[in-house]
Design a protein around this ligand. Structure first.
Ligand SMILES: Nc1ncnc2c1ncn2[C@@H]1O[C@H](COP(=O)(O)OP(=O)(O)O)[C@@H](O)[C@H]1O
Ligand SMILES: [Mg+2]
Length: 416
């Protein structure tokens, strides 16, 4: 997969950008705060309909445009995507109307529109049109940050390749919202008809919830395999073992100690039969029912789950050194590439932001060799790397790459 042309209007510090991109390796270099990360973010946003940061989408709109005296402000991202099948013209619009509202609470009058081949589609339909693997320096947060980061990673990654997963997740979240609203009312003592409605909403959670669980368990198992291969061969040389574990949230309802979480996760990874998961999830929901009513929210289910990277059997988030965390995240991202290739029969676009600077020489070489290997001889592959100093890259890597200079929201091709 390749982005052949990228057009940005009022996106971050790009007032207007028209950029033709070749295939293969592209190196974006320039000083800090010039727009390198913003460019990767634009491509990521088109692929996932999300910013890599959990921040509000309105912040993506160019500030100067926001202060202009216009009734409607539009930020536009457009990409021409080359794929093994038909090429696609993808567009995303961030629109601010009712300016007064926007300044007030940050959400009034803001909407997003998605278009494929110039036709309006649902936002969700954009997923899978363009697939990326993004690596940011702050991705260490994936290991050390809160579980919400890790769930977000699962959801964004899976939604890029599996539209069914995304649908089930949306269905689950919708019922969950209704159930939580009901539980809140029950916790406040409004119990008229509540027990019957709670029963209905609980049953409605089971189907989409167990599908989400099943798909995630499979994903973690598949990724564990890929990550282990990469960790061993390319990065560590076989000294440490790396595992991934899914941690179901049903231990958090107080009935179980946290030492059970891993065995529950292993249970889930080993039992990916839909019926078995269905029954287990139904039983856990039933067992958590009185706790849910007391707390006024749903305490078990995929929205409370977590996953962990285990190095030599220990949870990296709790025991890992910073270097180990960084290496494991790198292995995870490289595994993601392989996983996506296997799942879609196509190579995702690699977006690697400032990763080189953070790595020691050995890992730097391993990573660049891996990237070059992914891209070489494969007609459709593309990788975008950013760096402040191209001198960090070995010469033979640079001669293969197209070098672009980013300066103040403009991009120029390097000559010579
Ligand atoms: N909505 C926005 N409108 C205009 N400029 C923005 C917006 N959001 C961020 N910026 C600017 O973009 C620049 C950061 O760009 P970034 O891509 O992170 O730089 P780098 O080249 O270091 O990766 C900063 O100068 C920041 O102030
Ligand atoms: Mg940057």
């Amino acid at each position: 997969m390749q982005v052949r042309r990228l057009s940005l209007t009022n996106f971050r510090n790009y007032a207007r950008l028209e950029l033709d991109l070749p295939g293969g390796v592209i190196l974006l270099h320039g000083d800090n705060a010039q727009g390198k990360t913003n460019l990767l973010e634009a491509i990521y946003f088109l692929a996932t309909t999300r910013s890599p940061h959990a921040s509000q989408d309105q912040q993506l709109i160019n500030w100067d445009a926001m202060t202009a005296d216009e009734p409607v402000i539009v930020s536009r991202l457009v990409a021409d995507v080359l794929r093994p099948d038909e090429p696609r013209h993808l567009e995303m619009r961030l629109i601010v109307e009712e300016r007064g509202n926007w300044a007030g609470n940050g959400s009034g009058g803001f909407r997003r529109e998605a278009l494929i081949n110039r036709r309006k589609v649902r936002l969700m339909d954009l997923l899978g049109q363009l697939r990326v693997v993004l690596f940011l320096p702050e991705d260490v947060d994936l290991v050390t940050g809160p579980p919400a980061n890790r769930r977000r990673y699962l959801n964004v990654t899976l939604c890029q390749v599996d539209a069914d997963y995304c649908r089930e997740l949306a269905a689950y979240n919708k019922v969950l919202e209704q159930r939580n609203a009901l539980l809140r009312r029950m916790a406040e003592g409004q119990t008229r008809n509540a027990v019957d409605v709670l029963q209905i909403l609980t049953e409605k959670l089971i189907e989409p919830g167990s599908r989400v669980l099943q798909r995630r368990a499979r994903f973690v198992t598949e990724m564990a395999y890929q990550a282990q291969e990469i960790y061993f061969q390319d990065l560590i040389g076989g000294k440490e073992s790396l595992r991934l574990g899914y941690l179901p949230g049903w231990y958090t309802n107080g009935r179980k100690s946290s030492s059970d979480q891993m065995s529950d996760g292993e249970w889930l990874q080993a039992n990916q039969d839909e019926q078995i998961i269905h029954e287990r999830f139904a039983a856990e929901l039933a067992a958590a029912r009185s706790a849910d009513v007391t707390r006024g929210s749903s305490t078990v289910g995929p929205h409370r789950d977590d996953w962990a990277i285990l190095v030599n059997g220990k949870n990296l988030g709790q025991f890992g050194s910073r270097g180990q965390v960084r290496t494991a995240i790198l292995a995870l991202k490289l595994a993601e590439i392989n996983w996506m290739k296997a799942a879609t029969a196509d190579v995702p676009i690699l977006l690697l932001d400032e990763v080189i600077a953070e790595l020691d020489l050995h890992r730097r070489a391993a990573l660049l060799a891996y990237v070059a290997e992914q891209v070489r001889g494969k007609g459709m592959a593309q990788a975008l790397l950013t760096a402040t100093d191209p001198g960090m890259f070995p010469q033979d890597f640079l001669t293969q790459a197209t070098s672009l200079r980013v300066e103040g929201g403009r991009v120029a091709i390097d000559v010579g």
